[in-house]
Structures are given as C-alpha cells and as structure tokens.
Design a protein around this ligand. Structure first.
Ligand SMILES: C[S@@+](CC[C@H](N)C(=O)[O-])C[C@H]1O[C@@H](n2cnc3c(N)ncnc32)[C@H](O)[C@@H]1O
Ligand SMILES: [Zn+2]
Length: 215
C-alpha cells in the first residue's frame, strides 16, 4: 500500500506511477488514441499498434543529437511526431509506410501538430524504399513487418552511421502470436544485433525494444 504521501511501495504501484507519468507527458496522446481506434475500425490485417512510449522515443532522439532520422512503419505518425519533436528544430524525419490510407492520415496528423515541414513519408514497401535511400542517418527506428526484418537490417547496416542508434520493436512477437510467419527472421535479427562486432545492444522492458549503437 502506498504511503500517506503516495509513494509507491510495491512493484505494481511503481508501474502504475510510471504509466501515469508517461501518459501525462505525452503531448501526442490524441494521435496514440486515434491509432488504436483506427486499428479496431480498419480491421483485417491492420497493424497500427502505436509505440507504447512516445516520450521515450523523443528522449532518445534528443539524447542522440539526431539530425537525420529514418523510420520503418509510420502507422498514423505517432512515433514520427515524437522523434521529430524530441530531436528538435534542425532535425528531419523520413518515415516509410506501405498502406497509402495510413500515410494520408499521418500527413494530416503531421500538419495538425505543425510538424509537416520536418517529416517526409515515403509511401511503399520498406524493401523497395530502403534500397533507394542514401545514408548516413543518425537514428533509425524499425517498427515494420517482422517477415522483412533481415532485409531491413541489411539496409540499416548500410544506412546508419558508425555511432548511430538503431531502435528496434517487434522482436518478440512470438509471445503474442506463436504461429506467426517470419518469427525466424526476428530470431536472426536478434542474433545479429547482439553480435558485439556489429552493434552494442541494450534491451528495454522484457524486450519491448532493443537499443543498438552501430560499431
Ligand atoms: C506497428 S505500426 C507502426 C506504428 C508507428 N511506428 C507508431 O508508433 O505510431 C506498423 C506500420 O507499418 C506498416 N508496415 C508494415 N510492414 C511494412 C513494410 N514492409 N513496408 C512499409 N510499411 C509497412 C503498416 O502498414 C503499419 O502502418
Ligand atoms: Zn489501418
């Protein structure tokens, strides 16, 4: 039970405190909520699961001093907004989205938040778009299709600068969907980012994200 001044005294209370603080500091909370509503209404194979912690994305972009940022998996733009906001006025974000209807909604969200001038959407499958891009990028966020993870990682190793940061989500989807196709790709991705000759990697929250610095 919390103390009289509300200090958490067990793990669940501490988790609740952190969740509340995270939500309270989430300036793009409306886009996060709209992303969940969209997915429920869009149905089918829609995978617009917004990142669980936008303030973390913004803080990482700021701490990395990232000026050139690339994202795979724009969704409705929640994480791209946080990356652009966190990295600051001089930073530019490019984000890849395969579903044109998601990209159109994201464009509207960027304009609504006054950040359209700093975020560019590349509409198309990541494999095709990534092959045409030129580095170096300071920060790359992978939030795309696990089945394409290895192809994307090959491109990230070409595109991110030495010392640059790769943030990777979706690396343990077998926890939620054990029969999901492509899990062998994320297993190989995990192996590769834990190769100390290629990356220095730390893991967040039971694997919800990996943070990897390029050697
Ligand atoms: C998990 S959501 C992205 C959520 C977003 N990063 C956020 O935090 O709000 C994944 C998105 O990636 C798109 N996507 C999945 N695989 C893709 C691929 N291979 N190429 C391009 N877009 C892809 C989906 O259409 C979906 O909008
Ligand atoms: Zn959708």
């Amino acid at each position: 039970m919390a103390t009289s001044w509300g200090e958490p005294t067990n793990l669940q209370e501490a988790i609740n405190w952190v969740d509340k603080a995270t939500r309270a500091s989430d300036r793009f909370r409306a886009v996060w909520e709209a992303s969940h509503r969209h997915r429920e209404q869009h149905g089918g194979d829609c995978t617009v699961y917004p990142s669980s912690d936008g303030p973390l994305m913004g803080t990482l972009a700021a701490a990395a001093g990232a000026k050139r940022i690339l994202e795979v998996g724009c969704g409705l733009g929640y994480s791209a907004l946080w990356l652009a906001y966190g990295a600051g006025q001089e930073a530019r974000v490019e984000t890849i989205e395969g579903d044109p209807s998601h990209a159109a909604i994201a464009e509207g969200n960027f304009a609504g938040e006054g950040l359209a001038g700093r975020i560019t959407i590349h509409v198309g499958r990541a494999a095709a778009v990534l092959a045409k891009l030129s580095g170096p990028y300071d920060l790359i966020y992978f939030d795309g299709d696990p089945a394409e993870a290895i192809n994307d990682l090959d491109q990230f190793e070409r595109l991110v600068r030495p010392g640059g940061l790769l943030i990777s989500a979706n690396l343990f989807l077998g926890v939620y969907m054990p029969d999901m196709p492509g899990l062998e790709k994320t297993a190989e991705y995990r192996r590769r980012i834990t190769d100390v000759n290629r990356w220095m990697t730390a893991w967040l929250n039971s694997g919800s994200k990996a943070l990897s610095v390029r050697r």
